[in-house]
Design a protein around this ligand. Structure first.
Ligand SMILES: Cc1cc2nc3c(=O)[nH]c(=O)nc-3n(C[C@H](O)[C@H](O)[C@H](O)COP(=O)(O)OP(=O)(O)OC[C@H]3O[C@@H](n4cnc5c(N)ncnc54)[C@H](O)[C@@H]3O)c2cc1C
Length: 326
């Protein structure tokens, strides 16, 4: 016997939970299926712009976990001082959250029923979609990140390999961390950036990301760059030597925005990383995930059409982009 829901969302990250939240707000319930039980680990620097909260209609005061206002300094090697600092961009407000807390809270806030199940097989039967011979729906939303099974099944892979961002990241307790978020562009020639991101409750997130093609051209790899990054942090007295030697980062890949590729077909939608929507300049993915989730919900509700063109491709304004050559 199949379990029927009008809408099923595969993936309970920010994209999936935002879509479910919007549907629920308008009186429609969706089932979320995620392979992981929440709270779950998600590799991410955890930077969110204020737009994320505006779209999801909450304020920092309403968020029950730690959220820091970011004081950011952007460096571009070889310039030894910050080229851009938060105080130069008074119109911007950025925050730092821990994804393990944030995603769980968004999922609970959506009030969607959640099943823990890894989706493997999806078929179209007439007007409906059948998932693993267990679940059936009229509207199917793919929100399961880069390897989303909805994408694999219904959307021919038009992803452009030059748009693949590869990363290494580690989040850990480090109460003696510096309070400024520091972003380093072009370090050791990296076509991307590394980050030192303080979190609430004494946590620190370190990582780096770059377009995958850079590593082929430069004959370096992510681990080389991560090692160099840690050494530089020790030199800058942002990290102690012992900790730098013990850190074991993990990696994940995702795609930045391109005009190629569809995000919907019949009653099936791709949102968030499954659609490859992170911003072109800073690879900010959470905002686009939320935005696309809300747009897909709007189309299911019959309010408006979900198209890629409605999603903002950039995080920074033109002047800052020019400064960073991003
Ligand atoms: C190291 C790193 C740092 C980043 N830093 C930032 C940042 O600071 N700010 C920012 O805005 N963006 C950042 N991003 C990008 C951001 O993390 C993503 O764009 C965002 O998480 C995408 O959200 P999503 O909901 O589409 O996917 P996800 O958050 O990845 O959620 C997908 C969900 O689908 C589930 N799933 C996967 N496969 C299946 C399956 N077969 N069946 C059922 N469930 C499945 C997963 O368990 C997961 O819970 C970063 C990315 C990385 C890798």
């Amino acid at each position: 016997m199949l379990e029927y829901y009008e809408t099923i969302i595969v993936g309970g990250g920010p994209a999936g939970s935002s879509c479910a939240w919007k549907l629920k707000k308008q009186g429609k319930e969706a089932l979320i299926i995620d392979k992981e039980a929440f709270p779950r680990l998600k590799l991410c620097a955890g930077w969110i712009s204020s737009r994320v909260m505006e779209m999801l209609e909450f304020t920092p005061d309403e968020y029950p976990h730690s959220m820091l206002t970011m004081h950011t300094q952007l460096y571009i090697a070889p310039i030894p001082f910050p080229v851009v600092s938060s105080w130069m961009l008074p119109w911007r407000k950025d925050y730092s959250i821990r994804r393990i807390e944030f995603d769980h809270w968004l999922l609970q806030r959506s009030q969607a029923p959640v099943k823990t199940h890894q989706v493997k097989k999806i078929e179209r039967q007439g007007e409906h979609y059948i998932i693993d011979d267990k679940y059936e729906c009229k509207y199917l939303v793919g929100a399961a990140g880069t390897g989303c099974p909805v994408r694999r099944t219904f959307f021919p892979d038009r992803r452009v390999s030059e748009k693949l961002i590869v990363t290494l990241e580690k989040e850990f307790e480090y109460p003696q961390r510096n309070n400024n978020t520091q972003i380093f562009f072009n370090d050791h020639g990296l076509q991307g950036y590394s980050w030192y991101a303080p979190k609430g409750n004494g946590f620190l997130n370190l990582g780096l990301g770059a377009v995958s093609s850079y590593f082929v051209q430069s004959k370096t790899n992510l681990h080389d760059h991560f090692r160099w990054f840690l050494k530089d942090l020790v030199k800058r007295r942002l990290l102690d030597e012992k900790t730098s030697q013990e850190l074991k980062p993990a990696g994940h890949g995702f795609y930045i925005f391109t005009n190629q590729g569809e995000v919907k077909k019949d009653n099936c939608f791709l949102i968030g990383d499954s659609a490859g929507l992170a911003t072109i300049d800073l690879a900010e993915g959470i905002r686009a995930s939320v935005e696309s989730g809300l747009l897909a919900a709007d189309e299911i509700l019959g309010n408006s059409q979900y198209t890629k063109t409605k999603i903002d491709k950039f995080s920074l304004n033109r002047v800052v982009r020019w400064l960073l050559r991003a």
